[in-house]
Ligand binder design. Structure first.
Ligand code: PRX
Length: 647
């Protein structure tokens, strides 16, 4: 029997949404989405309020997803201008630097507005126009948000690339969307180490396909030395200086693109997930307010990086559209010591805290002492995102971090969904450790079997969504067909999430993880195909196959099987060399945890690699290999099992 944590009556008595509200409004939202979302759209400021609310067909021959299609608005106006009257002096972003010895500081809504306007004017002066793409490769500093909002203000489409990605990954993303301009910083700081952001951009721009970039704006952050290549490279301070602190916003149609964010899929290179202005912003703002039970005086902290969708929706767009105070942290949980998160919570009196299971598991391993020496009295709600949270980590988060006082919202969603989809609402829904519980308004999950048959009742299957919601991605940038093929062809008439899921007797959803070739490492998505193509790009590698395996801290780790070219000798030095190679090609998040030499890979007679078998070997479950009779050479499996790396 699973534990049930009933809704806390004290929390519920103050909460925005009660159990009754949820039941009633959820029913309305799926019975009459037009009425529900027309009403919800009023939470944004529109130049022209939408009259056409939803225009969606998942029919492959007549495919369209449009929300609020005749509405007009500007996202930066919703996040900034409209806050000025009531909240001009309120802290919009509260910056906490990497080192606790450096100064933290607030950025008010008025300052954020002015900084955004100055940059927006500067971008226009540099020739950036509506529809142009701008790549943002930044540390976690307020200027990252300024950069995003300035793009939104002039209708440029931003593509934020996580600061941990290597030059190759930057170049791929710049080339794919043809960015005209890059905004970066001299260096970033993480755990006392410097990250050479500008140098990485320089290296990326030497790679093929990046000629579209005309200008690189460089924020002076650490003051470290960088090469400035004139006239391409410009200091950020110099170009914004003298620009007016007001900037006429671009009037955007609700369906005009707001941003591209690259994410890994089963095959090929990462795809540019495209989100549009009206539906995305509305969905991010609504979910942020509802799921975190936001109040005017909350200090809200999401530990994600703006390079991921969580940072887009729940550090920048959602919180700012709601006039909230969001903490922005440049550092890491274990620097200078294992207490840092909790010290920051005390220092800034954080009330709402949103982090990833991988961080919780890593901190849990250090015991209670680093937590217990802090107060954390300010906290009133905790959140989890990015991967399934195991019940043990959930309980530790609840009991030790939250002192059994704070409800936990385990929020399931994806880059593609734009915002939270399945989640408890703390005043409305009883919690079960490890379950994301019930769908948010307008979200219609279903479980299907391999043939696409919808399964009823308590069961397990592939998670699909039966209808659209405003925050849904609209396309893969530059490849609309790939969008349709990836998400709508597997189970026709539905959006396929790529996740497996169980539903229990109370109708609660339990995400079991990806069912495709995507690995979720510490809450970050890595495509097996990306790691494989990095490995085979090494001159000594003939073939590679990469799978995920269960990892105590990271959730999943990366396990690589490598076949060397004839004449190449395997050895520990070459293992190190190949691991370093992948880090250099993609970035540290793609570092293989284990690399096993494979004289041969298990393949079908038609030459297809049987990953199912490789996964079982990596999991150390050689007794569950299943049917190997279709293999071209079954002997390959025996040798891989006997040579297996992880004990
Ligand atoms: O497998 C699910 C997992 O993360 C995937 C989405 O990754 P990404 O697009 O990078 O977005 C992460 C932040 C929203 C999903 O397909 N995932 C995300 N949240 C949860 C989760 N798995 C279980 N429980 C969650 N709360």
């Amino acid at each position: 029997m699973t534990d049930l944590y009933p809704v806390d009556p004290a929390f519920a008595s103050q909460a925005r949404i009660s159990g009754e509200d949820y039941q009633r409004d959820y029913q309305t939202s799926v019975r009459d989405p037009e009425a529900f979302w027309k009403q919800a759209a009023q939470r944004l400021d529109w130049y022209k309020a939408p009259t056409r609310i939803k225009n969606v067909s998942y029919d492959l021959d007549d495919f369209r997803i449009r929300w609020f299609e005749d509405g007009e608005l500007n996202a930066s106006v919703n996040c900034l201008d409209r806050q000025l009257e009531k909240r001009g002096d309120k802290t919009a972003l509260l910056f906490e630097p990497d080192s606790p010895d450096a100064a933290s500081y607030p950025v008010t809504y008025r300052e954020l507005y002015e900084r955004t306007c100055r940059l927006a004017n500067a971008l226009r002066a540099l020739g950036v126009q509506k529809g142009d793409r701008v790549t943002i490769y930044m540390p976690m500093i307020p200027d990252a948000a300024v950069a995003m909002l300035a793009c939104a203000r002039i209708g440029a489409i931003h593509s934020v690339v996580f600061g941990g990605f290597a030059p190759n990954s930057i170049a791929d993303r710049v080339a794919d969307c043809g960015s005209k301009l890059i905004i970066t910083a001299d260096e970033g700081l993480r755990g006392g180490r410097k990250i050479p952001l500008k140098a990485n951009v320089d290296a990326a721009l030497k790679l093929p396909g990046t000629n579209s970039v005309e200008t690189v704006l460089v924020v002076r952050h650490t003051g470290g030395a960088v090469d400035m290549q004139m006239p391409r490279d410009r200091w950020f301070d110099a170009v914004v200086e003298g620009q007016p602190a007001e900037c006429e916003p671009e009037r955007m149609n609700a369906e005009d693109p707001l941003f591209i964010l690259y994410t890994s899929g089963s095959t090929g290179k990462p795809k540019g997930v495209l989100h549009t202005t009206g539906g995305y912003l509305l969905y991010a703002a609504y979910t942020h307010e509802a799921v975190f039970d936001l109040r005017e005086d909350d200090v809200y902290w999401c530990t994600a990086d703006v390079g991921w969708v969580t940072g887009h929706s729940y550090i920048v767009y959602g919180p700012l559209a709601n006039g909230a105070t969001a903490l922005m942290f440049e550092g890491v949980p274990n620097y200078p010591d294992m207490s840092r998160f909790w010290q920051v919570i005390d220092k800034h009196q954080v009330t709402l805290f949103y982090t990833a299971p991988t961080a919780i598991r890593a901190l849990m391993r250090e015991g209670e002492e680093p937590v217990k020496k802090t107060s954390r009295k300010s906290l009133r709600l905790l959140g989890s995102v990015g991967e399934p949270i195991n019940p043990e980590a959930w309980r530790w988060y609840y009991e030790v971090v939250g002192d059994s006082r704070c409800p936990i919202v385990d929020t399931w969603w994806q880059t593609e969904t734009g915002g939270i989809m399945i989640t408890p609402l703390a005043g409305a829904i009883a919690l079960k450790p490890g379950s994301a519980t019930l769908p948010f308004y307008g979200v219609q999950p279903a479980l299907v079997d391999a043939n696409g048959e919808v399964l009823e009742g308590a069961t397990e299957g592939n998670l699909v969504l039966l209808d659209s919601w405003p925050g849904q991605m609209r396309s893969v940038y530059g490849d609309h067909q790939r969008f349709i093929d990836t998400y709508f062809r597997t189970y026709p008439g539905t959006y396929f999430t790529g996740d497996g899921c169980r539903r229990d007797e109370d109708g609660y959803y339990w995400i079991t993880g990806r069912v495709d070739d995507v690995i979720n490492v510490s809450g970050h998505r890595i495509g097996t195909a990306e790691v494989e193509s990095a490995l085979v790009a090494h001159p000594k590698v003939a073939e590679a196959a990469v799978v995920g395996f269960p990892h105590d801290i990271k959730g999943q780790g990366i396990y690589a099987y490598v076949t060397l070219k004839a004449g190449e000798a395997p050895g520990d030095d070459l293992v190190k060399e190949l691991v370093a190679w992948v880090r250099k090609e993609i970035g540290p998040i793609a570092t293989p945890d284990h690399l096993q030499w494979a004289p041969g890979l298990p393949k079908t007679r038609s030459g297809k690699i049987m990953r199912r078998i490789l996964r079982k070997i990596a999991e150390n479950a050689p007794d569950q290999l299943g049917d190997t009779s279709t293999l071209a050479d079954p002997g390959v499996v025996d040798s891989l099992v006997s040579e297996r790396k992880v004990k």
